[in-house]
Write a protein that binds this ligand. Structure first.
Ligand SMILES: [Zn+2]
Length: 333
């Protein structure tokens, strides 16, 4: 084995990570939801978690890119795979090298953190005294390692996978954890990678390419749409018509080209496209002329026909049974 001083020091290639679609679409659901405070609070919490999760992962990506390491590393992100039909799993960061495969479960969690056992859970206490109990990230990491190993084994690739829970928040402090729990802070990453670079070489470049390719080619897209179904919300609880961009109240007809907010008085041009997109994001992947009239609060079927024409939708059926479909796979935002 070569020793570190003889090795070339390398930077990790720029890490690509897709912004979660929920970051753009969950605010649309929150804006359209009629006064159901407990549901709104729970969706706002979910949105906060998606935002915090994504920014924590990005933060670790940028940090990894800034490190020089003595071995070549490949970083795969947004790994969403299907284990069995209807049973998928997601791994945010997987590092591949010729010496190890390492899952990083990034936790952007502030405050004092107690990883307790029996039952396994994480208790967070913020400086304000607020306490939250969450699923144990160590259990989650174990599950990720197990399912990825099983998934690869089913494809004839038998590997050992290592893993760490990494606390990305600067103000996250682990106060209690099981002995030797695989938890590190961000600043522990270079030490960890340098230590792991001393492990013996166990994979050839061909094996690494095979692992990386099979994962990339099998990725499935996480599809929570329509969101009403995903979050168990009755679509009749949604506000109809064009929403005010200022205060999210419904806007009413002012003239053929304009709408006015019933609450703050703002006047805006008609924006059929945004309201129609809300339908596809929140309610259904297809819409009829009648549903369009009702959801957009239009007066007649000609206005609905005109509104539907503003988006490039796919059409099925004839006359009254015509339905317009959002093109499959086309992003909403
Ligand atoms: Zn308004």
């Amino acid at each position: 084995m070569t020793n570190n001083s003889e090795r070339e020091w390398l930077f990790i290639k720029k890490i690509q990570r897709k912004e979660p679609e929920l970051l753009q679409s969950l605010p649309r659901l929150i804006a359209r939801l009629n006064s159901n405070q407990s549901k709104t609070n729970s969706l706002q919490k979910q949105l906060y978690n998606v935002q915090a999760g994504f920014s924590g992962e990005r933060y670790i990506d940028r940090y990894l890119e800034s490190l020089e390491v003595p071995i070549s590393l490949i970083v795969l992100t947004d790994i969403h795979l299907t284990l069995t039909p209807g049973n998928s799993f997601q791994i945010d960061t997987l590092i591949l090298s010729d010496r190890f495969l390492l899952i990083l479960d990034v936790k952007n969690i502030a405050g004092n953190l107690h990883f307790t056992t029996n039952p396994n859970q994480l208790e967070q206490t913020l400086s304000t005294g607020e306490e939250t109990i969450m699923d144990c990230p160590l259990d989650q990491l174990k599950t990720h390692i197990y399912v990825l190993q099983v998934w690869l084994a089913k494809r004839g690739i038998n590997v050992d996978i290592l893993g760490r829970v990494i606390i990305s928040s600067k103000s996250g402090r682990v106060k209690e954890a099981p002995e030797n729990a695989p938890i590190i802070y961000r600043k522990g990453l270079p030490i960890l990678l340098n230590e792991m670079a001393k492990l013996p070489v166990i994979y050839s470049q061909n094996q690494l390419s095979e692992i990386s390719n099979v994962i990339k080619q099998s990725k499935v897209v996480f599809n929570p749409f329509p969101l009403c179904r995903h979050y168990d919300i009755d679509p009749t609880d949604l506000k109809r018509g064009q929403l005010c961009p200022n205060c999210f109240n419904s806007m009413i007809y002012k003239s053929h080209k304009q709408r006015q907010c019933t609450s703050c008085g703002l006047i805006e041009p008609n924006n059929y496209q945004e309201s129609l997109k809300d339908w596809f994001i929140l309610v259904n992947d297809s819409i009829s002329n009648r549903e369009c009239r009702e959801f957009l609060q239009l007066n007649n079927k000609d206005d609905a026909y005109y509104a539907l024409k503003t988006l490039h939708l796919n059409k099925t059926g004839n006359s009254v049974s015509t339905r317009y479909h959002w093109p499959s796979g086309k992003p909403f935002m």
